[in-house]
Design a protein. Structure first.
Length: 260
């Protein structure tokens, strides 16, 4: 069995929103350390200040383990009260820095940072369609396809949540997403619930993570699992939920039980 044929662990995602703070990068760092078993190839953190100018997303990514990529000096330069993090073990796309996440995309309606755990089965058809319409891809991941789909839909929608809802109706596969826009932290779980995603709380802060162990690492309490097909949005005004994608069918990835 060659390296490309071997079974891989999945990635880990972590999002943190603190309406009263300015140093979520430290909490995201600890969350990613707790999720390190989900991916060891690369990692990254993207943060922004919801009180600042739109599009002020600051990101740092690197190859290797979390404690190799992020030291005190690096974290000290990541200022913001909203952010997402990612640890990667590639299942699609090469093991390169270009494919490290979170993916930050600037587009006509603003900026978003996306961290993705999962795999799509219709990546190539979507990539071809987006490229035909002018998208220029900088990675070989399906995560960039998702980000471009959201950006494309956002041009025709009133909110980023509506764009995500439309995108989720087009993509096929297993996914857990955490997305940061300049004012919102959003978590999305695939309709079958193949990839895990949970919600935590610490004071006035909310956390979205692949596993509850990441919540404990930063002192947060587990609130609940995000439901299959659910879109959770967190802002300064609180938390809201959209279950339009949810159905009655459920499925589980056996490797979540084997590995994790």
């Amino acid at each position: 069995m060659g390296a490309e044929d071997k079974l891989h662990e999945e990635c880990g995602v972590f999002g943190f929103f603190d309406p009263e703070g300015s140093d979520v990068a430290t909490s995201i760092y600890y969350g990613l350390c707790a999720l390190q078993h989900r991916g060891q190839e690369s990692c990254g953190i993207a943060v922004c200040d919801t009180a600042g100018a739109k599009g002020n997303m600051n990101v740092h990514r690197g190859m290797g383990l979390v404690n190799e990529v992020f030291g005190p000096e690096t974290i000290s330069h990541l200022h913001g009260n909203l952010g997402v993090g990612h640890v990667r073990y590639s299942t699609t796309g090469e093991t390169t820095l270009a494919n490290a996440q979170p993916l930050v995309l600037n587009y006509i309606k603003g900026t978003l940072a996306l961290a993705h755990n999962g795999n799509l089965v219709n990546t190539e058809s979507l990539r071809w369609e987006l490229a035909r319409d002018g998208a220029i891809f900088h990675t070989t991941t399906d995560s960039e396809v998702i980000a471009y789909c959201i950006a494309k839909e956002r041009v025709h929608t009133a909110t980023v949540e509506e764009a995500i809802l439309r995108t989720a109706g087009r993509i096929r596969g297993a996914y857990g997403l955490v997305i940061a826009s300049p004012q919102k932290l959003i978590g999305v779980r695939d309709p079958l619930g193949l990839r895990p995603l949970c919600l935590g709380k610490m004071g006035s802060s909310y956390i979205i993570a692949s596993e509850s162990c990441a919540l404990a690492s930063c002192g947060a309490q587990f609130v609940r699992d995000i439901q299959p097909g659910e879109i959770v949005t967190i802002t300064r005004d609180g938390i809201s939920s959209n279950l339009q994608l949810a159905g009655t069918q459920r499925a589980h990835c056996i490797f979540e039980y084997i590995y994790f």
